[in-house]
Design a protein around this ligand. Structure first.
Ligand code: NAD
Length: 497
């Protein structure tokens, strides 16, 4: 089979399928090549199933706290059912994407693509050929393990494997206190696992503002999560090893991390792991989840043969049009490097489709919000005060505690704050940090403010619905202008007039 297209997209994740849809919308003949399932990591084994887990964890937390407001709830978790429901959510969303692709006339080619020339892809197995005028590499990334803590297809697992478990781990040691580590710890600890997090750096979520991270650490501490900060695993031993199938341990045959065929020989129920940490302390657990970062899926595409340049970590080098060193070949999403975020990947895919179709000249870097779906959620966009100072930008900020909002009290979630940062000279909003219930939603409004170059005065004089959490944004702007209305007198703000 040999087929010609205007655009061939390799990888059906958030970067690839969005690029394919937009290209088709702009009148192109499009092939989308996917070796597994459309939706990629985000939909099939990442953001979406994780959020399903986290939403159940949040319901459990709310139920536990409801007695405070007069509602006594008794509940129990059926983990097997949770996994089935999560699969239903994933499959339904996947069917939605497949149907969109069909209705837009995108041809979904099943198989693994490899470049045989700059405009030609060989599809394996089967040996078909796809030719296109423009090609887009959107193959994503995969988790990696550590020399002393190798994925073993049994109990040392990656985030890919967690949704294949049949029962809630009694205990789990999470290596890496980054985004995945914190979200997994939040969900599993709330559900009743005994969770230990081992983080090599000096705080959970390294790189995030300490005052944004603190409420998350406090909440994990209340859930009983043992946080071993500034430490790493130096030795990992299996104990009580049996020879029975892992289904006994609670995991079914499923997909492992790339290159692992899932959960093979397995251990019996009494087996587990003992990790020795760099300070000599020990951690015992049934499972070890390694979440120390991801690497790009660029090693099986034949890129070097056609001259696509990679950096030394294997990321695809791109120019200001997201075009690689070979004209006509573009790259989107995780394969071009951090941040690994689905929405950023989709934006890449969308803009590349427009560049190919001649709708835009070059890639426009828009503010990209980052969210950790911890409890409380934390979310940021643009720059914080420290980053503004590093860039030599004079900044002002206004902070508002959610506890001062009636809405936060009525939903029983008074913890957290919002901070809005603006350039001092222009008063244009350049960033925001949000900690608290629904931070993931509030940050969307902040992103709009940053993207549109909104000024503090405009935000301060906006009319927000009452009672809501979004009122905090308006209050932050007032505080930054030195005229806090509902903010406490001591709240941080900058007097500007
Ligand atoms: P990460 O980079 O967020 O965190 C990895 C953590 O592991 C870091 O804190 C690092 O210091 C730590 N670490 C590294 N080596 C270690 C060692 N030997 N021992 C102990 N700790 C060690 O990576 P991740 O959590 O694996 O997530 C991967 C990517 O997926 C991230 O870039 C993230 O942005 C993305 N993701 C995003 C979301 C979201 O947007 N909500 C959710 C999940 C994942």
């Amino acid at each position: 089979m040999e087929k010609d297209y205007d655009v061939a997209v390799i990888g059906g994740g958030p970067a690839g399928y969005v690029c394919a849809l937009r290209s088709a919308q702009l009148g192109k003949r499009v092939a989308l090549i996917e070796k597994d399932q459309v939706g990629g990591t985000c939909l099939n084994r990442g953001c979406v199933p994780m959020k399903a887990f986290l939403s159940v964890a949040k319901t459990m937390r709310d139920a536990r706290r409801a007695s405070r407001s007069g509602l006594d709830i008794q509940f129990s978790l059926n983990f097997d059912k949770l996994v089935s429901w999560t699969r239903y959510v994933v499959e339904r969303s996947r069917r939605g994407i497949e149907s969109l692709l069909r209705s837009r006339g995108v041809e979904l080619v099943k198989g693994e693509a490899r470049f045989s020339s700059p405009g030609t892809l060989e599809i394996l197995p089967g040996g078909g050929t796809v030719r296109a005028g423009s090609l887009v590499i959107a193959t994503g990334s995969r988790p990696y393990d550590l020399p002393d803590v190798r994925f073993d297809s049994e109990g040392v697992i990656s985030s890919d494997d967690i949704f294949s478990l049949r029962s809630l781990p009694k205990s789990i040691c999470i290596v890496g206190g980054g985004v995945i580590g914190v979200e997994m710890a939040t969900a599993l600890a709330e559900m009743g696992s005994k969770v230990t997090v081992v983080e090599i750096m000096d705080q959970l979520l390294p790189g995030w503002c300490p005052d944004v991270v603190k409420p998350v650490c406090d909440s994990l501490g209340k859930l009983g999560v043992d946080m071993r900060i500034g430490r790493r695993i130096v030795k990992l031993e299996r104990v009580g090893v049996g020879g029975e199938n892992v289904a006994e341990k609670g995991m079914e045959m499923g997909r492992g991390s790339e290159g692992k065929s899932g959960c093979g020989s397995g251990t019996n129920d009494s087996s587990g792991y003992v990790a020795t940490l760099s300070d000599g302390s020990l951690v015992e657990s049934d499972y070890v989840l390694v979440a120390v970062g991801r690497m790009p899926n660029t090693d099986r595409l034949g890129l070097e043969a056609v001259g696509v340049e990679l950096d030394r970590k294997g990321f695809v080098k791109v120019n200001g049009r997201l075009e690689t060193s070979v004209p006509g070949i573009y790259a989107a999403g995780d394969v071009v490097g951090v941040p690994y975020l689905a929405h950023r990947a989709s934006d890449h895919g969308y803009q590349i489709a427009e560049i190919i179709a001649g709708r835009r000249e070059k890639f426009e870097q828009l503010p990209v919000p980052s969210v950790v779906y911890s409890d409380p959620e934390i979310a940021v966009v643009g720059v914080d005060e420290a980053e503004a100072a590093k860039r030599g930008v004079g900044a002002v900020a206004g902070t508002f505690q959610l506890a001062a909002l009636a809405r936060a009290m009525t939903i029983n979630r008074p913890e957290g704050f919002v901070r809005v940062v603006a350039e001092k000279s222009s008063r244009k909003i350049i960033g925001a940090q949000v900690v608290g219930a629904n931070a993931s939603e509030l940050v969307g409004a902040c992103a709009l403010a940053v993207q549109s170059g909104m000024r503090l005065e405009e935000l301060a004089s906006s009319v927000m619905p009452h009672p809501t959490l979004v009122e905090a944004l308006m209050e932050c702007a007032k505080t930054a202008l030195g005229e806090p209305l509902h903010g406490s007198a001591g709240e941080r703000g900058t007097v500007m007039r």
